[in-house]
Design a protein. Structure first.
Length: 518
């Protein structure tokens, strides 16, 4: 890492000699860059030193490792990057079963066992000389206790975070200054955002003002954030899709664009609208399995297209016609077995469910609709029933249904499959929730669902709950490198079983309105 490319603030963090340091950063100010610079400095200054880096989740750990690789430190024996829970497990010397789900008690047990090990064995259990904490603001109370125990066993600790980006209050996470837990902490800032334009930073400052948010310095200017109100969510989705299509047509890479919302149900209509205008999009968090299921369904549609029955079987009657229909179903069944050749369907292939699937697919084939969309939806209904039922897997149903509009742009399953493969494997607009977007950035960001009852959520009544909702919007706003759009529209809430029509209260303050008018 080249020293002359680091800002003065980052250099102070990297080369500092204080034993305990908490870095309070603003969005896009280079927290990870500072942490990497700290690692590089320590390795250069102390031969044979051991550095332990702790981060919030497996995703952030992987990101940190990737950044280490980028500067040539990915395979350095002196650097270990772990989650807090993995570190606790290592300190305890194993002997704890790793939870397979969201078993909070099991995870807490891991941390307590780790703390017991550090208390008993001291530095030997830590096996590190220096400690770096990434995404400090996301640590739970128990994780913080574990971190403080670790800190007392090492030569130095640097904790980096942004208190305005605490989003896990529902999991018991609240920001706790390091100085309130351990003596002798030096606080250093990262106050300049290299990501945000002045205009976006002004809006972020206005949003965080009621919570005492920090001033944000910037290095660049850009266009004013735009706030749009639509008559309904369908109109909003179409507006967003139209704007994105124009951006892509102007040469903007789809991968540089994101659509963010508080829930997946909020952003899903936009993903559907994007496909209706032939813009590739990826519903981040949907998972590779859903992509596999989509491609499998398209192969079913392709099998229908390639193995059409004699048209006379559709309207004919009599024993001979029924016999030929039976032969056709058997032949189509053999073809479909090759299309859906999975171990988890071995029993299904011999079951009543499989026979029903083949019969329903044969009816779609017999109809011989000239429209790909009709063939796709008919096969999708049959496929969902094969997979357990129309309502058995909501995510799968919604994901497959979202591809229906794309069928209108193509005539055959092969053409649709080519587009699906393009979306899965290459350049696409990211459509995701704000929580999943944390730590990421794009040139152009569209925030949808800025509606009271949705953001903030109608269940948030207390000041602390509303502040967390405000921070969610703050995180969404600060993902944009160049341009930001915010969209309000009346929306139906499934959990509240009602429609919310008013714009978000976060957008109505004088400070926010002033930031949008500049």
């Amino acid at each position: 890492m080249k020293r002359n490319k680091l800002s003065e603030e980052i250099r102070r963090i990297a080369e500092g000699t204080s034993r305990y340091v908490e870095v309070q950063a603003c969005p896009g100010s280079g927290k990870t860059t500072a942490a990497i610079a700290r690692v590089a400095h320590l390795l250069q200054a102390e031969r044979g030193t051991k550095i332990l880096v702790l981060s919030h989740s497996n995703a952030t750990v992987d990101n940190f490792k990737a950044r280490l690789h980028a500067v040539g430190l990915g395979n350095h024996a002196g650097v270990t990057v772990l989650t807090c829970h993995a570190c606790a497990l290592r300190a305890a010397g194993g002997g704890i079963s790793v939870p397979t789900g969201l078993e909070r008690e099991a995870y807490d047990k891991m941390l307590r066992r780790g703390m017991q090990a550090v208390k008993k064995r001291g530095q030997q259990a830590v096996d590190a000389d220096h400690l770096i904490i990434d995404e400090y603001q996301d640590c739970s109370a128990l994780q913080l206790k574990f971190i403080v125990q670790l800190a007392r066993q090492v030569q130095s600790m640097v904790a980096l975070g942004d208190r305005m980006q605490v989003l896990y209050g529902f999991a018991g996470v609240t920001y706790t200054p390091l100085e309130s837990m351990i003596e002798g902490v030096k606080t250093l800032p990262l106050s300049t955002s290299f990501r945000l334009t002045r205009e976006t930073a002004d809006l972020a400052e206005a949003l965080s003002k009621p919570m005492g948010g920090p001033a944000i310095k910037t290095k660049k200017t850009g266009k004013q954030p735009k706030y749009t109100k639509s008559a309904d969510s369908t109109t909003m989705a179409k507006r967003v899709a139209t704007r994105i299509r124009k951006l892509v047509a102007s040469g903007v890479s789809p991968s540089h664009i994101a659509v963010l919302g508080p829930y997946r149900s909020t952003v899903r209509p936009v993903a559907q609208a994007l496909r209706s205008v032939a813009v590739p999009s990826t519903l981040l968090g949907a998972g590779a399995l859903l992509d596999e299921r989509l491609l499998e369904l398209i192969r079913v549609v392709g099998a229908v297209e390639q193995h059409l029955p004699d048209p006379s079987l559709a309207a004919g009657s009599g024993a001979g016609v029924r016999e030929r229909r039976g032969r056709y179903r058997d032949e189509l069944g053999v073809v479909l077995e090759d299309v859906i050749a999975e171990d988890d369907l071995t029993d299904t292939l011999r079951s009543k469910r499989w026979n029903t699937f083949v019969s329903e697919t044969a009816k779609v084939a017999s109809a011989q609709s000239p429209y790909l969309e009709t063939r796709y939806m008919g096969c999708a209904q049959a496929y969902l029933r094969l997979r357990g039922g129309i309502r058995a897997d909501k995510d799968l149903r919604n994901y497959l249904n979202a591809w229906q509009p794309m069928c209108r742009a193509f005539g055959t399953a092969a053409e649709l499959q080519a587009r699906a493969l393009q979306d899965v494997a290459s350049d696409a607009v990211t459509v995701t929730t704000i929580h999943q977007a944390k730590g990421m950035e794009w040139d152009h960001v569209f925030v949808v669902g800025v509606t009271d009852g949705v953001l903030p959520d109608s269940r948030s009544k207390l000041k602390g709950q509303l502040n967390e909702e405000r921070r969610i919007l703050y995180v969404a706003v600060t993902r944009a490198r160049r341009r930001l759009w915010l969209h309000h529209a009346p929306m139906w809430s499934r959990h509240a079983r009602q429609s919310f029509t008013e714009e978000s209260r976060f957008m109505t303050s004088k400070a926010v309105k002033a930031a949008l008018r500049k």
